[in-house]
Design a protein around this ligand. Structure first.
Ligand code: GUN
Ligand code: ZN
Length: 434
């Protein structure tokens, strides 16, 4: 991999956000410079402007010309399970049966460090090919599954969030920890990895059915002692799951309360799915500024329900977008945006292409509290970029050629695009293809 000398000037159609397209007119939310350029210095974005201006100011810069391709921030996938790579697209089950039949047996294998290393490498290769530059991943209960993932991401200079998944009940023998060991192992892992290079630790109780109240309390105490960490879990994904939570926690006001009463509700909390929410839950999530993570391919694949993206975004919730591999059926954030559009249609609220791209970049970065460094093209941000080809297949090309404006040109790639639409990816100022 030969890298160009620095500084580098990337030329193309530069697409970036200056405001939230759920709260502002699209034309006020997006900036597109059609002969734009980004000056990179080291791993960061140093300047953004017109190519003519920047090339005059920096005549020594190495120019990488992407012509009429779109250059934007790399995709941010706010909820994944890298250990489920090998069981993606497993047939015919709903959530609890799917976990017991496919997920738990596979997660058992991550006790072996070599296996965790192999899957970490394969997973990070897959997502990079799909233009994703940051993920927030669950690992397994095994500390070595966390070590393997962070080690591989660090070697690639990637910004990732991850944590040891904690479960002390309703999981098979060999896949259970205890309240104490979950606390001790998580504390040791976050001490080792949190804020090392571009790595961030998330305290990770899987979901309340697989944690005793004692374990949830221990996780709440750990978060309280380490408030710069994120906390990730699942919330109100399927109706049967919610009924089970009611049985397990008869005194809780609702599903969210099983977290809230143990100190597991907060601004740095990430709540995956959040589909079937009670009014009190919505109020509390909004008041605390917690992040809701929409996982549309997963919600259709496991048959979970319709997340209310437009209504929740307009109500001011912090919302990210995610594949949820392997409950989700794709590693691709393009496919995930398409699924979010389809769920929006079923809710009678079609999302604009700009809103979909925003959710997959700035929105997700905001849920991870990393919006000051990733998810947009801004001076001082890391140069994590994706270069999109809007004519990557004959089918897409014939449609985008008829487009009357940018959004009509981009939408076919969102709906029909795959890794062939990903012309290039930059991670921390380095192209993965050059
Ligand atoms: N709820 C608890 N664990 C999981 C998981 O691994 N995937 C999904 N989709 N939901 C969950
Ligand atoms: Zn999940």
């Amino acid at each position: 991999m030969n890298q160009p000398p620095l500084p580098t000037l990337i030329k193309g159609h530069i697409l970036r956000f200056k405001a939230n397209p759920f709260e502002n007119p699209i034309e006020d939310a997006v900036i597109l410079e059609s002969t734009g350029a980004i000056l990179l210095r080291g791993d960061k974005i140093a300047k953004i402007g017109q190519f003519s201006d920047l090339s005059a100011l920096y005549p020594q810069a190495h120019v990488v010309d992407y012509g009429d391709k779109i250059v934007m921030a790399g995709f941010v996938d706010a909820h994944v399970h890298y250990p489920q790579t090998g069981i993606i697209a497993s047939w015919g089950k709903r959530l609890i049966d799917w976990l017991n039949s496919y997920t738990f047996p596979e997660e058992m294998r991550f006790g072996e460090l070599g296996y965790a290393q192999d899957i970490s490498k394969a997973y990070l290769d897959f997502i990079t090919a799909h233009g994703t530059t940051t993920v927030a991943s669950y690992c397994t209960i095994h500390p070595q599954s966390v070590d393997a993932f962070f080690t591989e991401a660090q070697a690639r200079n990637m910004c990732v969030v991850a944590g040891k998944t904690c479960m002390d009940r309703n999981a098979p023998e060999g896949l259970r920890d205890t309240a104490q060991s979950a606390y001790d192992d998580s504390a040791a892992l976050l001490g080792k990895w949190h804020k090392q290079d571009r790595l961030h630790y998330a305290i990770t109780p899987r979901f309340s059915p697989t944690s005793t109240p004692e374990q949830l309390e221990a996780m709440g105490a750990l978060w309280d002692a380490n408030p710069t960490c994120l906390m990730q879990t699942h919330l109100s994904e399927q109706i049967d799951e919610i009924a089970w939570v009611k049985e397990l926690f008869p005194d809780a006001r609702d599903y969210l309360d099983t977290y809230e009463q143990f100190g597991l509700l907060g601004e740095r909390g990430l709540y995956g799915h959040a589909i079937h929410l009670e009014p009190r839950e919505k109020d509390r999530l909004k008041e605390t500024g917690a992040g809701l993570v929409h996982c549309p391919t997963s919600n259709m694949f496991i048959g979970s329900g319709l997340f209310q993206t437009a209504a929740l975004a307009q109500a001011g919730h912090r919302i990210g977008l995610a594949t949820d591999t392997g409950g989700g059926s794709s590693f691709s954030m393009l496919r995930t945006m398409a699924a979010a559009y389809e769920i929006g249609q079923l809710n009678h609220t079609p999302l604009h292409a700009a809103q979909l791209l925003w959710l997959a970049t700035v929105g997700s970065a905001q849920t991870l509290h990393l919006e000051h460094e990733i998810g947009n093209i801004r001076e001082g941000h890391f140069a994590d970029l994706v270069v999109l080809d809007l004519g990557s297949t004959p089918e897409i090309k014939q449609r985008s050629m008829r487009a009357n404006d940018l959004w009509e040109a981009i939408f076919p790639t969102i709906m029909m695009g795959d890794d062939r639409a990903i012309h290039d990816v930059w991670i921390a100022g380095r192209s993965v293809t050059q």
